[in-house]
Design a protein around this ligand. Structure first.
Ligand code: IMP
Length: 427
């Protein structure tokens, strides 16, 4: 059974939650493989709005097993709250499982995230302050605490004590902050462990068994390619592998299991947080897009920076991710514009280039655009590709031709039903 992977191709917030929800209908498992509660996946169903940070977007369908995989960092406090929120909407949460290998976000990670950002001053990353970076740093530094450790009270006590002693040195000596105390954190996390213990599984074996039973599995990426720790706009990135390659390391599956690599891009570009953004719009059109597209961060509520579609970076993302199916979201947001620009090349250090350089900065790159006439009418009600305005089809055709990838679906509104499906075999 071919396994599907969904990834964002820009700087996040492409609408992965909505698309994962759609594809979940025909999935037995939906698995998160990286990131943590820094992500915010929105699902709109009949005027009800669900926001998921850590729980896979398959949860709205009661038949779907939702696994928070080994490569994810889990903040138990936030997870428990998210489960409660879903239950208050009447959603069945019985099938939420956590990998015993996933790492745990501790209060000192959140604190260090804040201190690090403050100390960077003007060079701050603009993180979500959820402790994601410090938790992954501990993982790589081999001092992290894993979900499995919460099940062994004595070992957890030793690991936590060592971590708190060390972190207190950093907090008090480097950042001149107040120390944190072992006992209260220990007690707090022992309580969390009791609440989540029945959800903890060996996700690697669960996923492999499901694969051999020919179950339909969907891997849901969080954040997006240009925030990837290896291939994004470093250092203005998140701290995990948001690419399709991250599925193998973050869920423990070989590349040979994977078949459909579904890339999601907005019809324009947004970015929340700091860092280079070549096609960013500075003028009125930016607020027009922000308001019509409701471009405010789902996790932090920050206004998102808005810009034109950047096909150079999109091609780079598709190349690294091996994208073989494309989804374009929020096309309806462009409906009122007279002219729509698309970046097709950069001028980088005085030369025209068609690749995404490793050291993009806002002052070493200029954008070469081509312009399209807008379609200047609403399209949110259209469900059939043929009924789209001609200028809109020209825009989509250009994207397909530039990337040489066919579009699977076009999203024209936040509701579950607001889609133009071009390849019905997936849905
Ligand atoms: P962190 O992941 O909280 O460390 O933040 C690092 C960068 O990734 C910041 O620019 C964040 O705004 C950005 N980021 C993290 N998660 C998301 C997301 O889900 N959507 C968009 N940007 C994100």
């Amino acid at each position: 059974m071919p396994l599907n992977v969904i990834v964002g191709l820009q700087w996040g917030d492409e609408g992965k939650g909505k698309i994962t929800d759609l594809l979940s209908k025909n999935s037995d498992y939906v698995i998160r493989y990286q990131g943590g509660n820094n992500s915010g996946h929105s699902i709109h169903i009949n005027n009800r709005h669900f926001v998921l940070h850590l729980i896979p977007s398959g949860i709205i369908y009661s038949h779907v097993n939702c696994i928070i995989g080994p490569g994810v960092v889990i903040d138990p406090k936030s997870l428990i709250q998210e489960i409660k929120n879903l239950e208050s909407f009447g959603i069945n949460t019985d099938k939420i499982y956590l990998s015993n290998r996933a790492h745990v976000i501790m209060p000192y990670h959140r604190l260090l995230d804040k201190y690090q950002e403050e100390s960077l001053g003007k060079m701050s990353i603009g993180t979500t302050h959820r402790g994601i970076g410090p938790a992954y740093a501990d993982k790589i530094g081999r001092v992290g605490i894993r979900i499995v450790d919460l099940m062994n009270i004595d070992l957890f006590r030793i690991k936590l004590k060592k971590n708190i002693d060390f972190k207190n040195q950093i907090i008090t000596k480097i950042y001149k902050g107040d120390p944190i105390f072992f006992e209260s954190i220990y007690e707090e996390y022992i309580e969390y462990a009791k609440i989540i213990s029945h959800r903890i599984i060996d996700a690697v074996y669960e996923i492999h068994n499901a694969f051999h039973k020919r179950k339909k599995i969907l891997f849901e990426g969080a954040q997006a390619m240009l925030l990837d720790i290896n291939y994004g706009t470093y250092p203005y990135v998140t701290t995990s592998s948001c690419s399709t390659g991250g599925v193998c390391t973050g869920a423990g599956v070989p590349p040979s299991f994977l078949k459909n690599f579904i890339g999601i891009a907005k019809a324009y570009t947004t970015r929340v947080g700091n860092g280079p953004f070549p096609t960013e719009i500075k003028g009125d059109e930016s607020s027009l897009i922000r308001e019509k597209g409701n471009e405010y961060g789902t996790t932090t509520n920050r206004p998102r920076r808005c810009g034109w579609l950047d096909l150079v970076s999109l091609k780079y993302s598709c190349m690294i991710n091996g994208i073989n199916h494309l989804i374009i979201t929020k096309l309806d947001v462009l409906s009122t514009l007279k002219v729509i620009k698309v970046c097709i090349e950069y001028r980088y250090n005085g030369k025209i280039i068609k690749y995404f350089p490793a050291n993009i900065e806002n002052n070493n790159i200029e954008v070469v655009y081509i312009e399209f006439y807008g379609w200047e009418k609403e399209i949110y009600h259209i469900r059939n590709y043929e009924n789209l305005p001609e200028n809109c089809k020209k825009y989509l055709k250009f994207i397909e031709n530039y990337l040489n990838i066919r579009i699977l679906l076009i999203s024209v509104g936040p509701e579950r039903t607001q889609n133009i499906i071009k390849n019905k075999s997936f849905f």
